[in-house]
Ligand binder design. Sequence first.
Ligand SMILES: *Cc1c(COP(=O)(O)O)cnc(C)c1O
Length: 405
Amino acid sequence: MKLKTLRIHYNMKSKFQPDKNGYFGQFGGAFIPELLYPNVKELQDNYIQIIESDEFQKEYKSLLKDYVGRPTPLYLAKRLSEKYGAHIYLKREDLNHTGAHKVNNTIGQILIAQKLGKTKIIAETGAGQHGVATATVCALMGLECTVFMGEKDIVRQAPNVARMKMLGAKVVSATSGSKTLKDATNEAIRYWIQNPETFYLIGSVVGPHPHPDMVARLQAIISEEMKWQLKEKTGKENPDTIIACVGGGSNAAGAFYHYMDDKEVELIAVEAAGLGVKSGESAATSQLGEVGIIHGAKTILMQDEYGQIVEPYSISAGLDYPGVGPLHAFLYESKRAKFMNATDKEALVAAYELTKIEGIIPALETAHALAVLPKIKFKKDQVVVVNLSGRGDKDLETYIKHLED
Ligand SMILES: *Cc1c(COP(=O)(O)O)cnc(C)c1O
């Protein structure tokens, strides 16, 4: 593949682009304390220009190719296709260096941080994938890295904690609230306010403008590649359906990005239902949430009648988040994307199924996307792409524990 085909084109006229204040419809914006204004403004004023510069594109493309291992394959899963009666392709983000789509974003943001002269990086992490991807690029660039992680996630994602430490990052335990991703994010924001000169390398399409748009642009490489890969394999750039799991929404944003204006492409976002949407132990934000402000953006989030955040729950740390990014809130409200969900149990079954019939162990997060396949009635020649956001090595302990269920 020629390098120049990796150039990312953004359709600035799309109604799925944010306005200049970072709003997708009514969602987005930047609700931040005054101390952070200068830093957030600096990023708002520069991120598009940096991303679109030839210099950035050259460095970003070259690292994605030779360091991350892109393009990731688009694999026609034959046995899975036979089982569900459709042509099911898997976009293999699990084959990226560090095991998930997260690194597409961290490579891009670390380059942006460098261009802005930042030397200290902070990040939050749930499953530890974003922490590992951030610690990795900080090691690569020789920058200081601090990662905030919920105390509970530190226990359930031990291998990733070890990786971050080996990569030279400092891992700070967030001990408030549910001790998971939202609490890690709160701690990271608190630290950022006290140290506004640090660069907050956010791991999903969440947070104050410009982070949701910036991260979506950096993940857009996924659908950019899908277009020419599908053309090669099926003769058409467009699939009928794209399915992706949603925590904050970054892998889905990347997989949907270049198709959002093509109404004939069905977009399916899958949230984690935990023990069941109505069980009180769930993270199905679009079903349970209302409009409010979380982590610097107006979006849909799970909150009680007093506006207090309701603790989410999912077996998968990467989906255990009480909000969705503003782009996804807009995709939901405008009905451009269809929102489905899968329980812990359904995700486990789907993970075992993919492993047994395709020889691929998916991440628990990704398993939620696969878990909706039995719930959809496919037409005979329907072309479906499932974004295989990550691999399951980090989840082996959970998988083994449930082997008997
Ligand atoms: C972090 C993670 C997710 C969820 O995050 P998004 O921003 O919604 O993509 C999904 N899959 C994997 C493998 C992850 O590591």
